[in-house]
Design a protein around this ligand. Structure first.
Ligand code: SIN
Length: 194
């Protein structure tokens, strides 16, 4: 597959103007943004988005792997009828400078409708790594993904920590995710370097 989008998406994201002039913006997190909120926020609420599903199909060159040996992290794949549960944060626009840097390895921030647990919704943003980004890895079985995660690590730590923290955060939210929980089960049976 041809990668059209550079490995570093900071410049593209800085040009996104969907919420210019707004004092606060809702951001939907579905991966590490659920369990690692290393940024200031005004409010945080469990939420979901429709027609997207979470998959460990994105490569990580800068957090859970290296350019030579990328790890695997989550992105969203379009799927009719799917609902992806996560955490929504109300943030001020200045926070995007930090987030664009954190999510620079292929993620674009795109407009999305965010639905809260009370059924109300708001327009907001979500970081998605599309299949045309340079770090994209694509589909693999849950067992292959677990093996890949078991042998990967990067500047943010072992890839296995990313998976386990995400699985625990989803359990805390009361949200089952078959793809994530199956990888977690395979991973638990593997030694760290397999
Ligand atoms: C997200 O969490 O919303 C994006 C992917 C990640 O940073 O893990």
């Amino acid at each position: 597959m041809t990668a059209h989008i550079t490995a570093n998406t900071i410049t593209i994201n800085q040009q996104m103007d969907a919420f210019d002039g707004h004092h606060s913006v809702w951001l939907f997190g579905y991966g590490s943004l659920i369990y690692k909120a290393d940024f200031p926020y005004l409010e945080r609420r469990p939420a979901s988005i429709s027609a997207w599903t979470r998959r460990f199909w994105q490569g990580s060159h800068d957090h859970r792997g290296t350019p030579e040996a990328p790890g695997r992290v989550v992105t969203l794949i379009e799927q009719a009828g799917a609902v992806c549960h996560g955490m929504a944060y109300l943030i001020t626009p200045e926070v995007f400078a930090h987030l664009d840097h954190r999510e620079k390895n292929g993620y674009l921030r795109l407009p999305i409708t965010i639905t809260f647990n009370d059924g109300s919704d708001k327009q907001g943003l979500v970081y998605i790594a599309m299949p045309d980004n340079a770090a994209y890895l694509g589909a693999a079985s849950e067992q292959e993904i677990a093996r890949h995660i078991a042998r990967s690590a990067g500047p943010s730590g072992p890839n296995a920590d990313y998976l386990n923290l995400l699985a625990n955060a989803l359990r805390e939210l009361g949200q089952a995710d078959a793809h994530i929980f199956e990888i977690e089960q395979h991973l638990a049976l593997l030694a760290p370097s397999e």
